[in-house]
Design a protein around this ligand. Structure first.
Ligand code: A2R
Length: 310
């Protein structure tokens, strides 16, 4: 199988590349010109998805069976600061890709990666949240991903294209940027252990519950969905079980011998935190048989060890 990963230099791109190579696929990846991918086993191409003709040229050159669209402006915080860039990359970039695929003389399968953030303001009786729930995006990043999802469905229906959409919930693991909670806590603990930070860990709202999955399990779900998913459908990808940030913190602290005090940093509190976000993953499981393989404590120890080695 020939796979093309658009946006392969990011957090998920690294793990998806490794997984696809492991299952014996031939893999091409795109990256931005200033990004680096240290992997000689893949073909690498520079691509900015805002340039539609470059996407077409690349697709004609590589003729992939499967296309994973990971390229995005993926930060919620940056989406508030730079909404135009977020709209350009996440909506216009996706349309450019859909148009380029539409013009091909064959039909590759395309997986569009969206986000659990699209559901936004989830009501208490909507948990665990299923794919046919209302989407009420609460930030600009989420709105652009909801739009990408709608566009994917429109192209699948209007042009009989083979497009599958996912909504991914929180994914975690080694190498994730410390703007995300688990990486942030693990980095702080590792720095405290090395004496680089005073023995106080700064935290935000500990009571909220989120649905965390190891990124290595997430990319397995993506490769199963691109093979078995039904065109035009959306699938949640998550663990199906929400845990509180407090439980996560306790797990991380239990992996360290350091004596660490917990302090609330008000700058980490968000005004509109939703109490619980938990995915209904029955569609994913019925379609692919996917089950998570890596437990939360194992992910946490791997992530902590990653930061200890930095
Ligand atoms: O923003 P950068 O410099 O980190 O580059 C990101 C890249 N990217 C682009 N690629 C092509 N054309 C563009 N105009 C463009 N703008 C940004 O896409 C980065 O290398 C990659 C996305 O990777 P991450 O930001 O690390 O996201 P992650 O965690 O791998 O998530 C993959 C997908 C995204 O669609 C997320 O929104 C979704 O899963 O959760």
């Amino acid at each position: 199988m020939k796979a093309l990963i658009i946006g392969g230099a990011g957090f998920v791109g690294y793990y998806l590349t490794e997984h696809l190579l492991n299952i014996g696929w031939s893999v091409s990846v795109t990256k931005l010109e200033n990004e680096l991918i240290n992997n000689n086993a893949v073909e690498q191409y520079n691509l900015n998805i805002l340039d539609q003709s470059s996407i077409s040229d690349l697709l004609h050159q590589t003729r992939p069976d499967y296309i994973f669209h990971l390229a995005a402006q993926s930060s919620v915080a940056l989406s508030w600061k730079n909404p135009s860039l977020t709209v350009d990359v996440n909506i216009k970039g996706s349309v450019n890709l859909l148009e380029a695929v539409k013009e091909l003389d064959y039909k590759p399968r395309l997986l569009l990666i969206g986000s659990g953030e699209e559901y936004g303001h989830i009501l208490p009786d909507e948990t665990p949240i299923s794919e046919n729930n209302h989407v009420r995006p609460g930030n600009i990043y989420a709105a652009t991903k909801a739009c990408q999802n709608m566009l994917g469905k429109i192209y699948a229906d209007a042009y009989q294209m083979d497009v599958i959409m996912v909504r991914a919930f929180n994914h975690i693991g080694p190498q994730q940027a410390p703007i995300f909670v688990v990486a942030d806590f693990c980095k702080q603990v590792a720095e405290i252990e090395k004496g680089l930070q005073s023995p106080v860990i700064n935290v935000g709202n500990l009571t909220v519950k989120r649905d965390f999955t190891d990124v290595r399990d997430v990319v397995r779900a993506y490769s199963l969905l691109i093979q078995k998913g039904i065109s035009g459908e959306t699938y949640n990808v998550g663990s199906g079980k929400a845990v509180s940030i407090e439980e996560i913190l306790k797990l991380i602290l239990s992996c360290s011998n350091a004596n660490i005090k917990v302090e609330v940093d008000t700058s980490k509190l968000r005004p509109t935190d939703i109490a619980i976000i938990e995915a209904d993953i029955s569609m994913l499981q019925e379609c692919t048989g996917w089950k998570k393989q890596i437990s939360l404590p194992d992910t946490i120890i791997d992530t902590l060890n990653y930061w200890r080695n930095q």
